[in-house]
Design a protein around this ligand. Structure first.
Ligand SMILES: NC(=O)C1=CN([C@@H]2O[C@H](COP(=O)(O)OP(=O)(O)OC[C@H]3O[C@@H](n4cnc5c(N)ncnc54)[C@H](O)[C@@H]3O)[C@@H](O)[C@H]2O)C=CC1
Ligand SMILES: O=C(O)CCC(=O)C(=O)O
Length: 450
């Protein structure tokens, strides 16, 4: 299709070497042919050309002092991608791999994800190539303060509301908020994922993982199956992976494997989630330490992974939940999952499957929930946090969880029904992309040429 080729060629010229960004754009454009054919207004209003260019890109120096008194410098980003539906909304990622391509792919995905929630939130993302691993609490605080000393002027509760992502949890949000408040002298809802002591929402910590399992539940129910009794693989062992495993246990399933960037644990008895929480949320330990408590578990270090894929997807299981990072599930991994009888994949991470892996899932007709639909529970609950802050209210855990379940059902049904309407029954990739695109594109048309 020429519009895909033309768009990617143009991006290669204007935004060179941003391969993850091109991948995310291609994934969306690949789905759009039926709606572009159906409604010529999108081409007349140059919606695609405008969508792929962020409204604003902020890049800045983040100087900070380490514990030895040495000055360190990192690069910070905030990409304010699209505000047609509401204030820019999306997390901050602190990881050494962060660059413009990674932040732009995440920001682009966020536009459609946020649109799918049905809530009033635009798309944005940010972060820095800062590695929190091995840093002291004081170093993390100094880094966050320096990061916010530039970021504060670009954000606001009705302008741009960042949150966490990889490497940014409640501790980092606390330091970022403290510095924001000190500079602007206002206590407002400018960040989400805040501590429960000072304006956070119940269930935000759990929301992405819980939401991902609710999404899987919806997919399975439509196929007369249930989560109960299923064996599951959950990659990662951070915020999303932990609360995916927690909800799976609550619904009677058994996660048997999880991972971190150094290796994979397989434990046929079922992953000991209390131990994982202790290792990852409190002690900030490597996953390998799990073996000190459970000698019957199996650990595969990253160096022993096959060249064409990852260890975790080679185990037999009914359901798979990629919850670590982008492109962590390759074509070969997808083949292994399908050969081993895996019947549903719900993505807690952003773009965890390569395009070839996605194509295999869609062709095989298994239940496949792409990240922008399946992991939208986190950002949706962030919007619930914004609503509580604006109304000076605090809702109970049960109330937020109930709303989260309704939102995940809405996202699932909208994606499913849109796929059917455009002639690709059960293709949730196409359904999610078209439904997200339509809401944003229609809003852009109504708001004129901006
Ligand atoms: N935190 C949130 O609310 C949301 C997060 N996401 C996505 O979920 C994914 C995970 O994010 P969080 O859990 O928040 O981050 P986190 O920082 O809490 O945890 C990330 C986990 O992934 C592991 N990891 C990183 N690279 C890996 C690799 N190559 N192989 C295996 N494990 C690896 C890390 O060791 C860590 O356990 C990311 O793709 C993020 O963008 C998506 C929606 C919302
Ligand atoms: O809660 C938020 O605002 C952002 C969550 C996020 O970064 C994501 O959905 O990928």
């Amino acid at each position: 299709m020429t519009y895909i080729h033309d768009t990617i060629s143009s991006l290669q010229h204007t935004s060179p070497a941003q391969t993850e960004f091109y991948q995310a754009v291609e994934d969306v454009l690949d789905s759009l042919a039926p709606i572009l054919e159906d409604d010529k207004r999108y081409q007349q209003h140059a919606i695609i050309e405008r969508l792929v260019e962020p409204e604003r890109q902020i890049m800045f120096r983040v100087p900070w002092l380490d514990d030895r008194g040495q000055i360190q410098v990192n690069k910070g980003y905030r990409i304010e991608f699209n505000s047609a539906l509401g204030p820019y909304k999306g997390g901050l990622r602190f990881h050494p791999s962060v660059n413009a391509s990674i932040i732009k792919f995440l920001g682009f995905e966020q536009i459609f994800k946020n649109a799918l929630t049905g809530l009033a939130i635009g798309g944005g993302k940010g972060g820095a190539n800062f590695d929190p691993k091995g840093k002291s609490d004081q170093e993390i605080m100094r880094f966050c303060q320096s990061f916010m000393t530039e970021l504060y002027r670009h954000i606001g509760p009705n302008t741009d509301v960042p949150a966490g992502d990889i490497g940014v949890g409640t501790r980092e949000i606390g330091y970022l908020f403290g510095q924001y408040k000190r500079i602007v002298n206002r206590f407002d809802g400018v960040l989400t994922g805040k501590s429960m002591l000072w304006g956070g929402s119940e269930a935000r910590k759990q929301a992405t993982g819980f939401g991902c399992v609710y999404f899987a539940q919806n997919m399975l129910e439509d196929r007369d199956q249930s989560i109960k009794g299923k064996t599951c693989l959950v990659s990662g062992s951070g915020n999303v992976a932990i609360y995916t495993m927690e909800k799976l246990y609550e619904l009677g399933a058994k996660p048997v494997a999880c991972s971190d960037s150094n290796g994979t644990i397989y434990h046929s008895q079922g992953i000991d989630l209390d131990l994982i929480k202790d290792l990852k949320e409190r002690r900030h330990e490597r996953l390998k330490v799990y073996l000190e408590t459970h000698t019957d578990a199996e650990y595969t270090p990253r160096e022993d992974y096959p060249e064409d894929g990852h260890s975790i997807w080679r185990y037999q299981a009914d359901l798979a939940f990629p919850c670590a990072t982008q492109n962590e599930l390759t074509e070969r991994d997808a083949q292994c999952l399908l050969e081993n009888g895996c019947s549903a994949i719900a993505e807690g991470a952003n773009m965890p499957s390569t395009q070839a892996a996605v194509d295999l899932f869609v062709e095989a007709g298994v239940a496949y929930g792409p990240g922008k639909a399946a992991n939208a529970g986190g950002v949706a609950t962030s919007q619930l946090e914004m609503a509580q802050n604006a109304g000076m209210r605090h809702w109970s855990f049960a109330e937020v969880d109930q709303r989260l379940q309704e939102i995940m059902r809405h996202i699932y049904c909208t994606s499913r029904d849109t796929a059917a309407r455009y002639g690709s029954e059960r293709n949730l990739v196409l359904g999610a992309n078209i439904a997200g695109f339509k809401r944003v594109a229609d809003a852009m048309i109504e708001q004129g040429l901006v």
